[in-house]
Design a protein around this ligand. Structure first.
Ligand code: SF4
Length: 599
């Protein structure tokens, strides 16, 4: 049975150089790969020249949604894939907000952006058709919040609409600039903001209004209710609603897995002050949700500031806080002052930077300064752990790039350490700055072998958390096999494109059932095999773009700081990587393993 909603197969191609657009019907791709990551990988394999400069016109950006988008709770994300200017390799970033539902309402399954404009523009994509609009007046505007407000007024359409925009960081090609969508959500990782900046593409406004066809409406209602009830009436997603992702902070700190001061420690003495509990008690203003999500995990804090010369006059601003920014801009920089942390997160939002990379880059810079590898002439200000006001200055300097040092910081921690020294404590894996977990070997292996070098690829940190309950830690081969299996399964979630926080709900059995009313008939086994196929194709593209396992660097710092599993051994990690090298070669050789049934 084919996908009932045939509009999903419509792909909009936009050429920014020639200001041309066309659509192609590629329902075949969505029927084969379900959408999202699977379709975006395929489109990049077709469209991306393997020698494309990440910041040149040849780079291609694909935004894709999946067959479940706007149909089921938490199927709320859009996948963006591109060549990353931070790693030089495959870039993949997921964002929620309204982006996914807006694309579906626009009658599109994917948007492919090629070429580069000479002057700043933004794309207004309404009901599947793009208009190229002048963005000269928006270029250089200080805050992404302001850009969002202006575009909301300029593009007042009915229906669902999403505004994805870059900040000054993207314009100035900071290699870890992100894209802000709906103010509180982001395509954060791997530098999509810089790719858009290089294309002089300031923003994309997308949306429309339409109905989605179903193959079996009655069955759809039943499955929808089952998934909805699991999301809101069981404990599966409760913590995300109550405290949001910062719910993890106290636990990770207690077990000694919370990276602090550039991972010189795995416990932070002020963790309680930036914990989800404390933030909820003292700062939480409201919770918001991505479209079609009943969970509302996005926690918004308020910052109240007095006007400088007016007594009893205050301004109140709102900032979203999650686990990762709390780690990277909090504990990693020794910041335990919640007001200071929120102000720093706000500046990172204003400039349009990826919060994880920014914090880790600043942590490297602080340690390099303390150790005398760089001087006050380089840093202009004097970074020191916990000094959030200085870090706000440094965020601005990274974007402004007034000297060689800040120009280099804008390239990422790996590049900075190669130039100034301190490579052993440049906390990047595959050149991507590390997420906030130091739980054990699988955590860091996960960063190394994940196709995005992200904790979200295969959740090695969660694997390590579970292994704390067991007496013996598995051998490296077993860990690699397990992480690869998890990553293969996550290709299905990323193709559908389900929020990973709902992974406890969307197991293969229910996914197979939920696909039927949409017109897709696949057995559990076929779904699991498809996950392996997408994983294999993604890695094939990664290798074609120049990735080499031999080039993966393991920062020495991970061997020097205690984890809840004890000290990580170098030999263990090396054995694991050499085993991974064999296994991935097999997988790319299409030796897709028989999937194991999931529980
Ligand atoms: S759980 Fe949170 S991030 Fe996930 S879809 Fe819902 S609101 Fe968005």
């Amino acid at each position: 049975m084919p996908i009932a909603d045939r509009d999903l197969g419509r792909i909009l191609y936009v050429d920014l150089t020639r200001k041309k657009q066309w659509t192609e019907d590629r329902l075949d791709l969505f029927e084969k790969y379900l959408g999202g990551t699977g379709v975006a990988t395929r489109l990049l394999l077709e469209e991306l020249p393997r020698n494309a400069d990440p910041l040149g016109p040849d780079n291609v950006i694909v935004f894709a949604i999946g067959v479940m988008t706007a149909m089921y709770p938490t199927a709320s994300k859009t996948v963006a894939m591109f060549r990353s200017p931070l790693t030089g390799n495959l870039g993949e970033s997921h964002a929620g907000g309204r982006s996914a539902v807006a694309m579906r309402m626009a009658g599109l399954g994917a948007v492919v952006i090629k070429g580069a404009s000479k002057t700043p523009i933004y794309l207004s994509i309404k009901n599947g058709k793009a208009e190229f609009k002048d963005a000269t007046a928006l270029w250089g505007v200080r805050s992404t919040y302001t850009v969002g407000r202006v575009l909301r007024e300029r593009e007042p359409w009915p229906g669902t609409r999403s505004i994805m925009r870059i900040g000054r960081a993207g314009e100035r090609l900071v290699r870890y600039a992100g894209v802000v969508t709906e103010t509180y959500r982001h395509f954060g990782r791997l530098g999509l903001g810089a790719v858009m900046g290089a294309k002089k593409l300031k923003a994309i406004v997308i949306g429309g209004r339409r109905r989605i066809k179903l193959a079996e409406p009655k069955k759809y209602k039943e499955i929808y209710k089952e998934l909805y009830d699991k999301a809101v009436k069981t404990p599966l997603m409760r913590k995300y609603h109550d405290l949001g992702t910062p719910a993890n902070i106290l636990f990770l700190n207690k077990i000694g897995a919370f990276p602090t001061r550039n991972l010189t420690s795995s416990r932070f003495e002020d963790a309680h002050r930036i914990s989800g509990e404390h933030m909820a008690e003292t700062r939480l203003a409201r919770r918001v949700a991505c479209s079609h999500c009943p969970v509302a995990c996005i926690h918004i804090a308020s910052i109240r500031q007095e006007y400088p010369h007016e007594k009893y006059f205050y301004t109140t601003r709102y900032v979203s806080y999650d686990y990762e920014p709390t780690y990277s801009l909090g504990s990693m920089l020794g910041i335990g002052d919640e007001e200071g942390l929120l102000r720093l997160i706000e500046e990172v939002e204003v400039q349009g930077l990826d919060a994880i990379s920014t914090g880790v880059v600043l942590a490297w810079a602080t340690e390099a300064y303390i150790r005398g590898l760089v001087s006050g002439r380089d840093t202009i200000v004097q970074p020191s752990w916990g000094d959030w006001e200085t870090y706000i200055e440094m965020v601005r300097l990274i974007v402004d790039q007034p000297n060689e040092f800040y120009k280099t910081l804008a390239l990422g921690s790996e590049e900075a350490a190669r130039k100034y020294g301190g490579i052993d404590f440049a906390m990047a894996f595959g050149r991507n700055e590390m997420p906030g977990y130091h739980v054990g070997p699988a955590t860091h292996l996960g960063y190394l072998i994940g196709a995005r070098h992200s904790h979200l690829d295969n959740a090695g940190y969660s694997y390590d958390e579970k292994k704390l309950k067991e007496n013996e830690y598995p051998p490296p081969e077993k860990v690699v096999d397990d992480l690869m299996e998890e990553e293969a399964w996550r290709q299905i979630l990323s193709s559908l494109v389900i929020c990973f926080f709902a992974r406890g709900i969307y197991k293969p059995g229910i996914v197979a059932e939920a696909l039927k009313p949409l017109g897709v008939r696949m057995s559990e086994e076929e779904i699991l095999k498809l996950g392996w196929r997408i994983y294999s194709e993604k890695y094939r593209l990664k290798f074609e773009l120049g990735f080499r396992i031999e080039d993966l660097r393991i920062p020495r710092r991970i061997y020097e700081t205690l984890t809840p599993h004890g000290m990580i051994r170098e030999e263990y990690m090396e054995e694991a990587l050499s085993y991974f090298k064999e296994r991935i070669a097999e997988i790319i050789g299409q030796n897709i393993p028989s999937p194991k049934p999931q529980v």
